[in-house]
Design a protein around this ligand. Structure first.
Ligand code: SAH
Length: 270
């Protein structure tokens, strides 16, 4: 049985096609076959230079549009214009395209620019291709920290006011969610993590296990299991994801594990 799950075309008759592709954490073994196929099927690949490098082996004979960090909006507009012109375009980003990725931005730009009555070359199909997000990649390297309810918060205040971030951190900590923190630092900015830790300590013991994963499944990968008290003793960067346990999370050797609750129902020791 095979089913097509691509979203309906934006308009009646598709000309080009726009794939929004998550590449996973970085290692080609974690690039899904569907993501690979989408890139292979495209004649143009658009992305931030660092991500383009991750798939350079797939780019032979393709037009490549690589831009720098601040060029997301520009990249989204260009990809849309190319798809409108009849091209098959893959917009690539790390992890999952729909988790702090390019997928939502492309839809936002489309909403602003597409005329509802648009016909002909303005019309194309969109398909979002999922990838392994940093949260899954980091969790796998830490053991099993996301076995119970968790919340994900980006500490980047470039697009979200810090008061909102602080409020969400406080709510998630108060309700005992395991926390995944994306974007803990942009360049030399360390205050967000200092402040996040302070908020979490309002509701959580300093001995709460915490994992710090940098460059998961990439050269230079680093995995640290520590606790909330010592969270700031380690370096974090643009490629770091943190996981802070809930009140039940425990350390087991090098691993960090959040129990699902089986122990309450079953005698796990046999
Ligand atoms: N779309 C991406 C997230 C982009 S936001 C995804 O789904 O994973 C960028 C943030 O993702 C980084 O600041 C970092 O917190 C996290 N990240 C991306 N790649 C990573 C990797 N290889 N290892 C650890 N964290 C990573």
């Amino acid at each position: 049985m095979s089913e097509q799950h691509s979203q309906p075309p934006v308009g009646p008759s598709p000309a080009g096609k726009l794939y929004l592709v998550g590449l996973g954490p970085g290692d080609p073994r974690h690039l899904t076959p569907a993501a690979r196929q989408a890139i292979e099927a495209s004649d143009v690949v658009v992305g931030y230079k660092t991500y383009i490098v991750l798939v350079r082996g797939l780019l032979v004979g393709k037009q490549v549009v690589a831009t720098g960090m601040r060029g997301e909006v520009e990249r989204a507009r260009e990809a849309i214009a190319l798809a409108q012109g009849g091209h098959t375009v893959a917009v690539v980003c790390s992890g999952d395209a729909g988790i702090y990725g390019m997928a939502g931005l492309v839809y936002e730009v489309l909403r602003e620019t597409q005329r509802p009555e648009a016909e002909g070359p303005e019309v194309f199909a969109i398909e979002v291709v999922p990838g392994i997000s940093a949260l899954g990649a980091a969790a796998s390297l830490l053991g099993a920290p996301l076995m119970h309810d968790f919340a994900v918060v980006s500490l980047s205040d470039l697009l979200t006011p810090w008061e909102d971030i602080a409020c969400r951190l406080d709510a998630a900590a108060r309700t005992d969610f395991v926390l995944v923190l994306y974007n803990p630092s942009s360049g030399r900015r360390t205050e967000p993590l200092v402040e996040a830790r302070r908020i979490l300590l309002r509701h959580r013991a300093p001995s709460t296990p915490a994992g710090i994963v940098t460059a998961a499944y990439r050269p230079g990968q680093q995995v640290i299991v520590t606790d909330l008290e010592h969270l700031l003793d380690y370096e974090v960067g643009m490629l770091t994801t943190l996981v802070v346990g809930n009140s039940a999370t425990f350390r087991f050797g090098d691993a960090m594990v959040t129990p699902r609750g089986y122990g309450r129902k079953y005698n796990l020791g046999g």
